[in-house]
Ligand binder design. Sequence first.
Ligand code: NAD
Length: 412
Amino acid sequence: MEQLDRAAKKMDLSQNLHEILQHPEKLHIVSLPIVMDDGSTKVFLGYRSQYSSILGPYKGGIRFSRDVDADEVKALSFWMAIKVAATNLPLGGGKGGVVVDPREVSESELERISRQYVRALYDNLGPNKDVPAPDVATNPKIMGWMVGEYSHIAGMPVPAAFTGKDVDDGGIAARATSTARGGFYLLEKMRIKQNKEANSMRIAIQGFGNAGRVFADLAYAAGYNIVGISDSRGSIYCESGFDIADVSSYKKNTGSLLGYSGATEEWPESRAVLEVDCDVLIPAAIENQIDSSNVDRIKSLLIVELANGPITPDADRVLEGRSVVVVPDVLANAGGVIVSYYEWYQNYHGEQWDEDATNEKLHVQITQAYDDIAKMSQEQDCSMREATFIQALRRINDGYEKISQIQHRKVI
Ligand code: NAD
């Protein structure tokens, strides 16, 4: 809300819309009674926050976690509304979840929870209403169960009701790498603009999962030096740069980065990597990693936020004061939702694009969003984060005015 208020002050956001955007349009809380494997019944809580549908159907993930609550899905669905508007997608923002630790239930119980979630929310979901996707601890298999249940109730196949599905269920191959790829395209754009060679730039990455590892692969293949990497167990450093394929196979075999023989230094903390000497820092793990306790030791002058919310607001202000360029999460990791939109679009229209064509579209869409936001940041003399919010809110404002005009005409 603070981010919304700051951006609203800098632009001509209508007072009505500012008021409307303080709350999600709808917040669903559903109870999911599940017959467990031992025959007992247990009730799980499910949430879906549908923040704004001004620009199109709600879009956003479903997470399975013990920590899911109403405030969390509300905040995340607001960020989704900003992300899709900033990247010019005809979508709104949504987010949902179930209060469950997937490690504590069997696979068949997990399937029943997934299907019951769809049954409970069926009337509020669908290709023209709300199109969920995977998020924390959910995956293509779970999306397959959910789209199967949705189609069963609808009485026909509706692949466009969910994205992030397996390719066999109507998903698209490009989705697996799209979050990292989107961030990578932005880094390339900035590098080329600054007339630098990739091999002159050192990158440190926190997080070696779907986002961080794929980013490392792409950057390494393009010639960048990856000098720092971390996972939840610790950080490794090598001034001359790592061979990423070799690091990946070490991590796959041992389950850890620590002990890798190509490292010249290592620390048992994931956050240590944030402080190494580098030109580009990629937080790609979890939220709140750069805060007031470590912000003064951050050396990189460019940060590309692949993770959601890795910098706390107070640390963000310190970095802004030091003129560190931060490409904000709502832009940097938007490659995932952009390609999810392509999946929805293809399912909806019965089309199938090949992976290269999908990646090329992603490239055009995310770099165009970057250009618009960089221009806005210059015009408004503000950070990229604030410019992203302003850009998104302008689009939502335009959509809101159009809807208001149509509704007004109807009344007359
Ligand atoms: P992932 O689970 O595949 O990988 C997470 C990485 O972070 C792993 O290396 C893990 O070891 C590390 N990690 C986990 N807990 C940690 C902790 N407590 N401290 C330090 N490191 C920890 O997840 P991912 O899909 O790569 O997502 C990473 C970030 O990117 C998240 O913030 C996520 O919200 C964001 N994101 C991902 C996608 C996507 O498509 N994967 C899309 C948008 C945003």
